[in-house]
Design a protein around this ligand. Sequence first.
Ligand SMILES: [Zn+2]
Length: 246
Amino acid sequence: MEAEGASRIFQRSVSKGLRYKWLVCDGDSSAYDKVKNIYIEQETAAEADGIDNNDKHKGRQPREVVRMKKTIPEEKPFGGSAGRMTDAMMHKMSEMYGLAIRQGTDEVQENNEDEAEAVARLQKKCLAAFHHLIVQDNKENQHYYCPDGMTSWCSYKRDQATNGNEDERKDKNWLDPVFLDLLQKMIEDLTLKELLSRCLRGLTQNSNESLNSVVWSILSKSKNHGFSSVQGAATAASIYFTGGRA
Ligand SMILES: [Zn+2]
């Protein structure tokens, strides 16, 4: 419910001539997820509309036009061919980034580390997900953040551990070196410690928040309740919370 409300408030803010910069909410991150890209989506939609209108007489789809406009250094197009940004590469990149976040947050519960250590480790994992895919002359730099050892997901680091040459034989689904500059801003934004510490917050959810959710699993949130039922539910919740639920 909070998420839907936040989304509507953010969406209409632009037409009122303002943009929200901060969202203060409780431990439930769904409201943040719902609004975090709203302004970007609105701008992208407006841009696509603009391109579409300008280009209607040529009958091109906005996406194609965006692709053609994005010719980058080396005089080759931004996307569409080996070494450039393809749909498969976008998919792979977002998959690797998502995996880094999930694995990184799972490990917090296993390792006994404080928040600063956990965020630094998560940041390294996320940087590895991007840098591993962008070719550099110096392979040590390219795979600097990748995990070491024989069980590493990175074939270059596995080769180092086993003296093999698996990396050379791998199917080359890489990005050309020029993308290191082009994607630098995006990589920096997505691996910011402030952002990553948000991902860990769910794991350090305080016990009051958790108790609150137990109360509302007993009572329905969609109805009004009197004092005695709330008191009863709170008592039952505190018993379940401390003693476990049979
Ligand atoms: Zn690597």
